[in-house]
Ligand binder design. Sequence first.
Ligand code: HGY
Ligand code: MN
Ligand code: MN
Ligand code: MN
Length: 396
Amino acid sequence: MWRDLAPLGRHAATGGYRRHAWTPADADCRAWFAAQAESRGLAYELDRNGNQWAWLGDPAAGDAVVTGSHLDSVPDGGAFDGPLGVVSSFAALDELRRRGAEFGKPLAVVNFGDEEGARFGLACVGSRLSAGQLTAEQARELRDADGVSLPEAMERAGYDPGAIGPDPERLGRIGAFVELHVEQGRALDLSGDAVGIASAIWPHGRWRFDFRGEANHAGTTRLEDRRDPMLTYANTVLAARKKARLAGALATFGKVAVEPNGVNAIPSLVRGWLDSRAADQETLDRVVAEIEQAAAERGARDGVDVSVVRESFTPVIEFGHALRDELSALLGGKAPVLATGAGHDAGILSGTVPTAMLFVRNPTGVSHSPDETAAEDDCLAGVAALADVLEGLACR
Ligand code: HGY
Ligand code: MN
Ligand code: MN
Ligand code: MN
């Protein structure tokens, strides 16, 4: 169902998906979204930041109930992270129509652009711009690995980046936003539940570590004469794992760039990106500081300069209890409530509109991988739960 409904299959590169912002794969997903809206007679809108909306009812009436997620992916990502939420939103709307629901408020399905930040390095670009958490100036500075700026990428994809920026009027129309998402963990699998409700998103961020050494010949430079940044980087990766383990936090160096990146050349520069997350701010701050210190100490030994830039950060998101409890009641009080370390557009929006999240069981917990999966029955249970929630929030 999910691979058919959202055109993901064509973009499975080396087994995983590469639906990155403003690429042809993204364009296919966007075309799919517009077609889904049109086939249901929903009013389609593309907003100033490239987010897509499919409206039932008049948005100007306000107090809209909005549901949706994202369609883009991480490199070699899976088929469910994002698309499950968008597809389930359309399917839940279909279910409400089957039930003969009478809508007392406008309802919309949304696809937020560039949630994963795979191309430009910042997550939730579409929702951050609309919520005013990323300025147009900051967005214009974003560049991909080929030096293409976000506005250029948008233009090449046929979108006008001229008006990117805060969208308070549109977000002011929203009375409640509910995002359904595949769980990126095994809590529901362990508890034996198909659907859960989010309580919070851990604080998390991305830090860029630059390790600058001295380029030299791999075949003629004595070990004692080297200033090898790869050595410092490798020891920093090991230190990050140790510090995170000791603190009960998470730390991942998942992306690296090496210059000049030649097999027979000692690098001049190794650039490593740290993703770190923890259940509370104090732990996160401490772990990152300890990793920075370990990098600096090892760099001093290796004759390597280390500099660190925090590229993005999201403080802890506590989803409001009122909407969360309303969802719980609408689901009969049986759905477990759980926190997550994964960032979401719902987290970004929660600072602006009442927001809640539903999670669907992931039997292996695996995500950000082609192996991500969810059982059909659980996906359908997610649709039914979302329909119940939307009916309770938007219908007479
Ligand atoms: O990285 C995250 O936490 C999310 O999947 N974008
Ligand atoms: Mn993701
Ligand atoms: Mn996601
Ligand atoms: Mn999300």
